[in-house]
Write a protein that binds this ligand. Structure first.
Ligand code: RBF
Length: 350
């Protein structure tokens, strides 16, 4: 009898030890399985990747994030330059129901996503370089492009008033854009104007619109006619068409300011300034958050120079080599003032 009691106590104790262990192991298994549930991502490129710095960065950042997770995959889809086809292409993509997340980039895409979401409300979206609030399945991140363009404007002002080899006595700076949209007309153009006006308020702007994101020949013709009018430096925001501006400037001994990426190596001495966005870093961070279930859908975020996502590429050796120290120091100073908010440049209602 006594021995039987002892046996019961013994088995009781063993059970007490084993059951919690078994339960926790089961819990862990469930967690691991959840973690390993497939997370397939489609990157929807509204245009073509090559030559479009923000699209290249979006694709690279997504690939880097996916490499960190065994259960994640990425597929890059180019929607091409016919903007009239984008909604249909996005609808077809959502209709496959194959992707846990669709990632895209540019300020026009939320309006297309809002339409697609009416038919596919469960499809999740991440739209970089855009601002849109209140769509439950969409997270957007907008850059302070007033700051980004102010850097370029300030540099244009410093160059056109300088005695650099390609600079002339005229106080004329240029801007060539692919097409007009609210982020361009309300943030980039005013930011650029504010920047060069802060250097000298007599500087005037020669502003031209190409009409698409690929016609480098037209961009080159526009740049040449601007140089004929006395412009000595041009900011290009034109994706692949920007190559035409670079070629014309190289031939004429004039200067280019580039947007979104550090590309001094494409034309050292011709490209004298790059106002950059850290979209690759942002994409990587946001995709990781999405895979881990931490992305806040339904919200819109704005990031700026202070946060580290907008910057002036001021320490590249090709910049240091080709831009006089006096100008570089003034640019460093401006970057500091924008970071510290001594110069406040707010994002307007778009
Ligand atoms: N930027 C590019 O570099 N390549 C493109 O093909 C391109 N297409 C765009 C189409 C639309 C409708 C809009 C609104 C923007 C586009 N952008 C493109 C611009 C891009 O989103 C961003 O505004 C600029 O690169 C400046 O940061």
């Amino acid at each position: 009898m006594k021995q039987k009691n002892l046996r019961i106590i013994f088995f009781g104790l063993v059970l007490c030890m084993i059951v919690p262990f078994l339960l926790s192991a089961a819990g862990e298994k469930e967690a691991v399985e959840k973690e390993r549930a497939p997370f397939d991502i489609a990157v929807f490129v509204p245009g073509v990747t090559a030559g479009s710095p923000l699209y290249e960065q979006m694709a690279n950042g997504t690939k880097k994030a996916v490499e960190e997770y065994e259960n994640a995959s990425v597929k890059i889809l180019e929607a091409g330059f016919n903007q009239a086809e984008w909604q249909e292409k996005m609808t077809s993509l959502a209709a496959t129901m194959e992707y846990e997340l669709i990632v895209t980039s540019n300020p026009a895409m939320p309006f297309i996503i809002a339409e697609v979401a009416k038919d596919f409300p469960d499809q999740k979206f991440l739209n970089l370089d855009a601002y849109y609030k209140g769509l439950p399945a969409l997270h957007t991140v907008l850059y302070n492009q007033v700051e980004q363009a102010y850097f370029a404007g300030y540099m244009a002002g410093l160059v056109t008033t300088s005695n650099m080899k390609g600079a002339n006595a005229d106080l004329k700076v240029g801007m060539i854009v692919a097409q007009e949209y609210p982020a361009l007309t309300k943030m980039m153009k005013p930011g650029y104007i504010k920047g060069f006006s802060a250097v000298n308020d007599k500087i005037t702007l020669d502003y031209r619109v190409i009409g698409n994101w690929y016609d480098a020949t037209k961009a080159s013709d526009l740049a040449n006619s601007m140089f004929d009018e006395g412009v000595d430096i041009i900011l290009t925001i034109a994706g692949g068409a920007g190559q035409g501006v670079i070629n014309a400037s190289k031939e004429r001994g004039k200067y280019v300011l580039y947007f979104d990426d550090n590309v001094y190596h494409l034309a050292p001495g011709t490209i004298v300034g790059c106002s950059i966005l850290r979209q690759e870093k942002l994409a990587q961070e946001k995709i990781k958050a999405a895979i881990e279930g931490k992305l806040e859908y339904g919200t819109a975020q704005i990031v700026d120079t202070r946060a580290g996502y907008v910057d002036w590429a001021g320490d590249d050796p090709l910049y240091v080599e080709n831009v006089p120290e006096e100008i570089r120091k003034k640019m460093d100073d401006i970057v500091k003032k924008i970071k510290s908010k001594e110069i406040k440049l707010e994002v307007p209602e778009l």
